[in-house]
Design a protein. Structure first.
Length: 295
């Protein structure tokens, strides 16, 4: 097999992978990282001589940072799970982004323990805030990339904006914490408590967005979707744009559309199995034909 043939196979749409294995690997690494968080909890020295309330008082910074990291990671996992439910395929760039996210995630048990043990030290706490800031920005970047590349199908603009704002909550809290650490390292992590009321505010818009998505889905299933293209120029522009994203020619795109239509619909064919040999009304015949390059 020639090198050009191998390159063609790797670049073909069939070479794109389904998201199931990537999602399963993500779940496994995330579960392990969340479990390792608890290993950072350690009893203080001479805890035998301390009363239970004294032990709790000494360990409170560790427990607080452990709880923060655990529930923030749980929120990240929930968001990732909902987003990947829309993903139809993955590409090499999305795989790389996922591995970078997992790399930053695996650092979180270390930075959580560091900030919990030395919660009064700026240098120790700032690593925890930067860890969550970078992780939140990566999840935000992943969502933008999936939508722009069409890996999540056709995402309504309202849903795209909603998830964008939702993914921005943790980076906002981490930025505030990074600023607060300059004045009070011990209280800087309290900024993450803002995540919960902000998330509740975002939930107010969620039902309306879900209703819109449901209505569009039902409309699609009932076959009532209409596509309005007023001019031939708009047809050509749309075909060219989609073909460029798929990295195929416009003619190949039209062929794929027609073949899929033939499979999914009961489309009449002629004696030679030519697609859509339908009778053409006289008024359409008298109109100017479409350009030759899209026939």
């Amino acid at each position: 097999m020639h090198t050009s043939d191998i390159y063609h196979i790797l670049r073909s749409p069939d070479s794109e992978q389904t998201p199931h294995r990537l999602e399963a690997f993500f779940d496994a690494v995330f579960a392990i990282a969340m479990t390792i968080l608890v290993l950072g909890l350690a009893l203080p020295d001479k805890s035998v001589n301390l009363a239970p309330d004294q032990v709790f008082h000494v360990m409170f910074p560790q427990l607080f940072h452990f709880a923060l990291a655990f529930f923030i990671m749980a929120a990240f996992w929930t968001s990732h799970h909902r987003i990947f439910a829309m993903v139809k395929k993955v590409d090499p760039m999305l795989i790389r982004l996922t591995f970078i996210i997992l790399f930053i995630t695996c650092l979180l048990p270390f930075t959580t323990t560091l900030s919990g043990d030395d919660h009064t030290q700026k240098a120790a706490v700032i690593f925890f805030h930067l860890n969550l800031l970078i992780l939140g920005l990566l999840f935000l970047l992943q969502w933008v990339y999936m939508v722009k590349k069409g890996l999540a199908g056709q995402v309504p603009h309202d849903l795209y904006r909603y998830v964008l704002l939702l993914q921005g909550i943790v980076p906002i809290a981490a930025t505030l914490a990074s600023i607060t650490v300059m004045f009070s390292p011990s209280w800087s992590s309290a900024c993450y408590l803002l995540i919960f009321p902000l998330d509740l505010v975002m939930q107010v818009k969620k039902p309306r967005l879900e209703t819109k998505v449901t209505e569009k889905k039902e409309s699609s299933e009932s076959g009532t979707i209409s596509l309005t293209l007023d001019t031939k120029d708009r047809i050509l522009t749309s075909l060219s744009s989609v073909a460029e994203e798929m990295e195929i020619s416009r003619e190949e795109l039209i062929e794929k559309i027609l073949k899929r239509w033939e499979r999914e619909q009961n489309v009449p064919t002629g004696a030679n199995k030519n697609l859509c040999q339908l009778p053409v009304p006289e008024e359409i015949k008298r109109q100017d034909p479409l350009p030759a390059d899209i026939k």
